[in-house]
Design a protein around this ligand. Structure first.
Ligand code: FES
Length: 284
């Protein structure tokens, strides 16, 4: 068992952080890589980015949003309990190079994915401008951690309850207008956010990386579930990605593929909630 040694809830209990005992993964995981977890023998395999590592204590950090049956089941796991399987690190690590000035844009749990990437980009000598956003102040996560790995941190909320009122794309436009020397953008978050960030960076001709989250099963390039079209070619996000050139990704096809099992996912989640009644820790 991969034991949970620290657990916390963020964003009104909709986002959960676990530090797990996984010493081999903690030693090897690099920014951009992910793991696949199962809570128990019958559990679904869920890919989650390694949000942080503590190799000395042999721990890895995962951060996930409760969106369906499996993540609701994950949420019921407390300190001292754990996951039956955690495999990884999987996927290609982020290519970290010095380009000068970088803009990192994170939305929702994409901020957790962004954290090790922003830190890595800064460690190789880049000036990192980070933009993070959420619908409202109480849904914003990891502000302090992102501030610590950024030269400048800009915060946006859709409703204006914190930071600048508006979307991260508006702030991205402002940053790109004021900083003509940005050499790279990294945008990670919900698919529509990444799509619109990429349309924006294309206007400014700034190379852009995105981290994709298609449905995955094996995570090792064998099942084909995670295929995404990039530059007209079929790629497997689990082995070729999860990061790709955002200007070449077919986001519309990705959106359709992510919706393939919505009806089944909803049914499964409803049954889980009914079975767990009001004691279910997933009720938020
Ligand atoms: S998850 Fe099976 S090929 Fe990528």
């Amino acid at each position: 068992m991969f034991e949970i040694v620290e657990r916390s809830e963020m964003a009104q209990g909709t986002i959960i952080s676990n530090w797990l005992r996984a010493p081999k993964i903690a030693k090897k995981a690099l920014p951009g890589q992910f793991v696949i977890l199962r809570a128990n023998e019958k559990g679904e395999r869920i890919p989650l980015t390694v949000a942080d590592t503590d190799p000395e204590r042999g721990l890895i950090n995962i951060i996930y949003m409760v969106v369906g049956k499996s993540t609701a089941l994950f949420k019921t796991l407390q300190v001292g309990q754990g996951y039956m399987d955690v495999i990884g690190p999987l996927g290609q690590p982020t290519h970290l190079e010095k380009v000068g000035k970088v803009v990192c844009v994170g939305g929702g749990t994409g901020i957790a994915v962004m954290h090790p990437i922003a830190r890595g980009l800064r460690q190789v000598g880049n000036h990192v401008i980070t933009i993070i956003g959420a619908r409202s102040k109480d849904l914003l996560i990891l502000e302090d951690k992102m501030r610590a790995v950024s030269d400048e941190l800009l915060i946006c909320t859709d409703d204006g309850t914190y930071g600048h009122k508006g979307f991260v794309t508006d702030m991205l436009k402002k940053v790109l207008t004021e900083n003509k020397d940005v050499g790279l953008a990294v945008c990670i978050g919900p698919v529509p956010m990444m799509k619109f960030c990429c349309l924006m960076t294309k206007e400014f001709n700034v190379k852009t990386l995105v981290s994709l989250n298609p449905i995955m099963v094996d995570g090792t390039g064998m099942c084909g579930c995670c295929r995404v079209r990039v530059g007209g070619e079929m790629k497997f996000a689990c082995v070729d990605g999860p990061e790709f050139d955002g200007h070449a990704v077919d986001f519309d096809e990705l959106t359709l593929r992510l919706r393939s099992y919505l009806a089944q996912e909803k049914l499964s989640y409803d049954q889980f909630k009914a079975a767990h009644g009001h004691n279910c820790a997933c009720h938020t």
